[in-house]
Design a binder for this molecule. Structure first.
Ligand SMILES: Cc1cc2nc3c(=O)[nH]c(=O)nc-3n(C[C@H](O)[C@H](O)[C@H](O)COP(=O)(O)OP(=O)(O)OC[C@H]3O[C@@H](n4cnc5c(N)ncnc54)[C@H](O)[C@@H]3O)c2cc1C
Length: 390
């Protein structure tokens, strides 16, 4: 297979922008087709484990990210009712031991950083209002991409970075839809003033109860407090996987939680916040077909218990970018990408499926008695997509 000249990436989320930025830095002709009329990341925080930070350093945004993000000194897992600390992960030596810090940031800041860097290198590479609907391949192997606005674009190489309900996956790989996991998540950000005096402490806290979990951590150096509240739900009936929910409903569900959790929800009283159905599906058996590939949630949507969804999308992007730069033959590059990534992602995916049951046990005190499984104990954070053999 010959080298590709026109790279089309469908989806301008974290994974798609990361790949576009890497390819743009390498001087490749790249276009990102994003369905949204305006690019905006949701108002929520994101944890970036050292493996993700190493990927972002490779893309040249490491220093600016560190300036925007927070480095939690501790990650506490606490009993939901009495607040007792069950696990205390100290992060003071993470940077030195794992080669990069563990960071927490506003998703919009990370997304904005990738976007700004991409447009400074390739000003017209990001096209909005381009919802991919069809993909056709001609006899020569090139793709014709059809969009909802009636326009068509050509590409030598196609990458689906279009998330959980990927149209590229549907069109090129014909795989079944993701399945509801039985969990919903509510997310929001409270300002320092809304939260009240003395509440913007550094470090993250996770409160665990059987079938429920509440996570809080500061972003933007304490100006905002991020929360994610997880709870079991019988079904997800909404059209999409994201909608809004009433915070007062969340307050009722978490009314028996420690005040350090409830205080964040009180700051939102009477308002609405984002509500997600959590979906997962088995990773695709093949991530590559002809000159098309998928990455991130399009390839392997996973449950968020280890905070590795965006991290693995960034890793995918860096490895795929390196393969496309190092191997002239497009088919060879895509095969290298798939081989380098599948095994690691399958392990993380499987751990993420069982991680919820381990965290939200019948008796939270068990977490203090038995060694806890984290992304660090699994060795996930040691990975460096910039140096991993491909
Ligand atoms: C509650 C919760 C908390 C999480 N916390 C973390 C965390 O702390 N750390 C972490 O690493 N991960 C976390 N994740 C996972 C993470 O959010 C995802 O894995 C990550 O966003 C995947 O990135 P992506 O670029 O693959 O897909 P997405 O972010 O879904 O981006 C896909 C893009 O494609 C566009 N698109 C979709 N369809 C089309 C189409 N047909 N045509 C054109 N464009 C299209 C979309 O508009 C979107 O911009 C969390 C997830 C949840 C639900």
């Amino acid at each position: 297979m010959a080298a590709a000249d026109e790279f089309a990436i469908v989806g301008g989320g974290i994974g798609g922008l990361a790949l576009a930025l890497g390819l743009a830095r390498a001087g490749r002709n790249v276009r990102v087709y994003e369905q949204a009329p305006r690019l905006r990341e949701i108002g929520a925080g994101i944890s970036l484990s050292p493996n993700a930070v190493k990927g972002l350093r490779y893309l040249g945004v490491g220093e600016r990210l560190e300036a925007l993000a927070d480095e939690p000194p501790t990650q506490l897992t606490r009993h939901y009712a009495n607040g007792k600390v069950l696990v205390n992960i100290k992060r003071a030596k993470t940077r030195e031991q794992l080669g990069a810090p563990y960071l927490q940031a506003h998703r919009a800041d990370l997304h904005g950083l990738l976007r700004a860097e991409l447009s400074s290198l390739r000003p017209k590479s990001l096209l909005l209002n381009k919802e991919l609907t069809t993909v056709a391949q001609d006899a020569g192997g090139s793709y014709a991409l059809g969009f909802a606005d009636g326009s068509v674009a050509a590409a030598d190489l196609l990458v689906g970075a279009d998330g959980l309900k990927s149209a590229v996956r549907r069109e090129v790989f014909a795989e079944p839809a993701p399945e509801f996991s039985g969990f919903v998540a509510w997310r929001g950000l409270a300002t320092r003033a809304e939260l009240g005096a003395g509440q913007s402490r550094p470090g993250s806290m996770v409160f665990v109860a059987p079938g429920r979990m509440f996570v809080r951590y500061p972003v933007r150096h304490g100006a905002l407090q991020n929360f994610v509240a997880f709870s079991r739900a019988a079904a997800w009936t909404a059209e999409g996987w994201s909608q809004t929910g009433r915070v007062d409903t969340v307050r009722e569900i978490f009314s028996d939680f420690h005040d350090d959790a409830r205080v964040v929800l009180r700051a939102f009283a009477g308002r609405r916040c984002h509500k997600w159905g959590l979906f997962a599906r088995q990773p695709l058996p093949r991530w590559v077909q002809g000159r098309a590939a998928v990455l991130g949630d399009a390839a392997h949507p996973m449950l968020p218990w280890f905070g590795q969804g965006a991290a693995t999308a960034i890793e995918d992007a860096v490895i795929l970018c390196r393969a496309l730069v190092e191997f002239k033959d497009a088919g060879e590059a895509l095969r290298r990408y798939e081989n380098a990534r599948r095994e690691r992602v399958n392990v993380i995916h499987a751990e993420s499926l069982s991680g919820g049951d381990r965290l939200m046990r019948q008796d939270p005190d068990e977490l203090a008695r038995n060694p806890v499984v984290t992304e660090d104990t699994l060795g996930l954070s040691r990975y460096d997509p910039a140096t991993e053999p491909i």
